[in-house]
Design a protein around this ligand. Structure first.
Ligand SMILES: NC(=O)c1ccc[n+]([C@@H]2O[C@H](COP(=O)([O-])OP(=O)(O)OC[C@H]3O[C@@H](n4cnc5c(N)ncnc54)[C@H](O)[C@@H]3O)[C@@H](O)[C@H]2O)c1
Length: 248
C-alpha cells in the first residue's frame, strides 16, 4: 500500500499501460483519477480494480490545454491534492516519411507531446506542495532512430527531453520528474500498429528486440516503483524497460 493517502492522475487509463498503471496504483491504496477519450475502456479499468480500490474515470482529451487544466483542477478540488501524475496517453502510427500528412503529424504531436506538456503544466503548481512526481511514458523509439515511425520517434524524443528539461526547472523543489522508455508491450497500440507495404525487414529487425514483448503490468510495476517513496532518489531519469533492445 505504497500510495495510501495519495492522489494519482493517470492519462490513457482506458487501455494498455495506462489501464495497468491505474489498477496498480489504486490497488496500492491511491485514489486514482483515470482519464481517456475512450469511455468504454475506462469502464473496463474500473472493473479491473481490486475490492476497496478507488478509481474515478473521466473522459477527457489531452490534446486540449483547457481540458488538461480542467482535469487537474477538478481532481485537486474533488480530492484535496495531487501526488502523482502519470502521462501515459499516446498513439503510434507507421508510415514512410513521404506518406505522413498533416493530420497524422498533428495527431501524434498533439497527443504524445502537447498533451503531456499541458498536463504537466497544469499539475506542477499542485505537485510542489505535495512533493509529488510525474512519470512520463516515452519509448525505446525516443532513444533510437527507427524506420517508418519518424513522427512517433520525434514525439518520443521530445518526451525524453521534456522530462529532463522539466526536471532541471524543478530541481530546487521536492518534485520528481522521470520517464520510462518501454520496448514492445502487448497492448491495443501494438495490435493496431501497421507498417508500410514492402518494408525493409533488415532495418526493422534492429528494433524488434530479441526477448519478445512485455506485458502492460511489467511497465506498471516500474511506474509504481518510481512514483513511490522507493524511487525517492530518481529525478530527471529515463529508465529503459525493453528487454535489452537498446543495449547495443
Ligand atoms: N505498447 C508499446 O509497445 C509501447 C512501447 C513504448 C511506449 N509506449 C507508450 O506507452 C503509452 C501507452 O501505450 P499503450 O501501448 O498502452 O497503448 P494503448 O493504445 O493500449 O493505450 C493508450 C490509451 O491512450 C488513449 N488516448 C489516445 N489519445 C488520447 C487523447 N487524445 N486523450 C486521452 N487519451 C488518449 C487511448 O484511448 C488509449 O486508451 C503511449 O504513450 C505509448 O506511446 C507503448
Amino acid at each position: 500500500m505504497r500510495f495510501s493517502g495519495r492522489v494519482a492522475l493517470v492519462t490513457g487509463a482506458g487501455s494498455g499501460i495506462g489501464q495497468a498503471t491505474a489498477a496498480r496504483l489504486a490497488g496500492e491504496g491511491a485514489v486514482v483519477v483515470g482519464s481517456d477519450i475512450n469511455a468504454a475502456g475506462l469502464e473496463e479499468t474500473a472493473g479491473m480494480t481490486v475490492d476497496g480500490a478507488v478509481f474515478h474515470p473521466v473522459v477527457s482529451d489531452v490534446r486540449s490545454r483547457e481540458a488538461c487544466h480542467e482535469l487537474v483542477n477538478s481532481t485537486v478540488a474533488d480530492h484535496g491534492r495531487l501526488n502523482v501524475l502519470c502521462n501515459v496517453a499516446g498513439i503510434a502510427r507507421g508510415h514512410r516519411v513521404g506518406d505522413v500528412d498533416q493530420e497524422v503529424w498533428d495527431l501524434i504531436m498533439g497527443v504524445n507531446v502537447e498533451g503531456m506538456f499541458w498536463m504537466s503544466q497544469a499539475a506542477l503548481p499542485h505537485l510542489e506542495p505535495s512533493d509529488g512526481c510525474i512519470v512520463n511514458i516515452a519509448s525505446n523509439a525516443g532513444l533510437m532512430g527507427q524506420a517508418y515511425t519518424v513522427p512517433y520517434c520525434a514525439s518520443k524524443g521530445a518526451v525524453v527531453l521534456m522530462t529532463k528539461a522539466m526536471a532541471m526547472e524543478t530541481m530546487r523543489t521536492g518534485i520528481r520528474i522521470n520517464a520510462i522508455a518501454p520496448g514492445g508491450v502487448e497492448t491495443n497500440l501494438t495490435a493496431a500498429f501497421t507498417i508500410p507495404d514492402d518494408p525493409d525487414m533488415e532495418l526493422m529487425g534492429r528494433y524488434m528486440g530479441m526477448r519478445g514483448m512485455a506485458q502492460a503490468n511489467d511497465i506498471a510495476s516500474l511506474v509504481a516503483y518510481i512514483a513511490s517513496d522507493d524511487g525517492h532518489r530518481i529525478h530527471g531519469s529515463v529508465l529503459s524497460i525493453d528487454g535489452g533492445m537498446t543495449a547495443g
